[in-house]
Design a protein around this ligand. Structure first.
Ligand code: UT7
Length: 351
């Protein structure tokens, strides 16, 4: 059975930097509040009407292909993780295929909707496809363009100061090398708190969970008019987050799912060469580091520069860590993520 190895990584972040001070010109917030609660100092936002989630992903992909020493034509399956797609449908996988100029149709494209844990879920899917022999060269990309769908007024400050735009990509390839590549992945979900980190509009729910009056629907005899209503537009089509609930769950699940993966392959925290946690909040990463008793040089954080880029945060960090020489052959890389759903997961990769 072949193993699945990460053979190349790339990333792209938009040029324009938005500091915390700049954010405070749009809403009632301060550099002090954002730094203290999240560790974030700045983030990047894409160019309106010029860039899309897919174009960010295309830059990251080209860099990942170059790093892997392959041409885009060699990719035989695309996995695209995002919560901020170009369109409601079709997903970004096929749009990326087109953007990259891949004209062959002997290729599959799959979109993953697992938000912050989308990359870890995607890595697990890539691993299974490669181990089963179905595909040999998989592009896994995580990309987000949050800036197009956030509330930049004071009403939305609890969400909009945290998230940033960017894309990261890895090439996962079959290898016959033993004890190499993805050693294990662990995935979890619990839908109990689904609406506590969510963007529920537009959608088919029609008030199913929250009560029709919440949406102010006018009852009609004809079907339709539920997906997007005038009231939704009036309220604003924005994500919402119960920050403290997410935080409390994250700091428990991150260490749990890391230990679970280590146990599955009979390794321990001392064996980890580099932990890349999903960049949700620097305070969460620091908490996880403390619980696992890892030294600073074994935990990679870049949220200070980019904010939380959701599905893109782990592959951006892999790309940066690789460039910085932190992921050399034989290193044990540990990935972990937690977020909306809730969904969470981990992966151990022998580079
Ligand atoms: O990757 C996806 C997963 N997401 C996460 O992991 C996020 C997890 N949660 C968090 O990171 C934190 O909960 C936040 C950073 C989102 C919020 O920090 P917090 O310490 O939990 O703050 P809070 O939501 O309890 O709000 C505290 C106060 C409130 O004011 P009052 O009610 O105490 O007067 C908020 O209105 O801070 C206020 N506030 C702000 N003030 C200035 C909320 N956002 C801001 C802001 N600037 N941007």
């Amino acid at each position: 059975m072949p193993n699945a190895q990460i053979v190349g990584a790339g990333h792209y972040v938009p040029e324009t930097v938005y500091s915390n001070e700049k954010m405070s010109t749009y809403m009632d917030t301060t550099d002090e509040w954002i730094t203290e609660r999240t560790g974030i100092k700045e983030r990047r936002f894409a160019k309106k009407h010029e860039e899309t989630t897919t174009t960010l992903a295309a830059h990251a992909t080209r860099e990942a292909c170059k790093d892997a020493g392959i041409s885009v034509e060699e990719i035989d399956f695309i996995i695209f993780a995002t919560l901020s797609p170009d369109y409601y449908f079709p997903g970004c996988g096929v749009l990326l295929q087109r953007e990259l100029g891949i004209t062959k149709t002997e290729i599959g494209a799959l979109d993953i909707r697992n938000q912050c844990s989308g990359f870890v879920y995607g890595l697990s899917v890539a691993d299974q496809f490669i181990k089963s022999g179905m595909y040999k060269t998989i592009l896994l990309v995580g990309a987000e363009m949050h800036s197009m769908g956030m509330d930049f007024s004071t009403r939305g400050r609890g969400v909009s100061v945290i998230f940033g735009d960017g894309a990261g990509a890895v090439i996962v390839k079959a290898t016959e090398e033993e004890n190499s590549g993805i050693l294990t992945t662990k995935l979890h979900s619990d839908g109990t708190h689904a609406e506590h980190l969510a963007m529920i509009n537009p959608g088919s729910h029609g008030g199913y969970h929250l009560g029709k009056e919440h949406f102010g629907y006018e009852e009609k005899d004809t079907p339709g008019d539920v997906f997007v209503t005038q009231k939704m537009f009036d309220d604003g089509l924005y994500p919402n987050m119960t920050g403290q609930l997410v935080f409390k769950n994250a700091v428990v699940k991150f260490p749990q799912v890391i230990q679970e993966a280590l146990k599955a392959v009979a390794l321990s925290t001392e064996d980890i060469d580099l932990l890349i946690p999903h960049q949700a909040n620097l305070r969460i990463s620091q908490f996880v580091q403390k619980v696992l008793q890892l030294p600073d040089n074994k935990v990679f954080n870049n949220i200070q520069k980019y904010g939380n880029t959701t599905a893109a945060s782990i592959p951006i960090a892999i790309s940066e860590a690789k460039k910085a020489g932190k992921l050399i052959k034989g290193s044990l890389l540990c990935l972990a993520a937690f977020g909306s759903g809730f969904t969470w997961g981990s992966a151990l990769v022998r580079m």
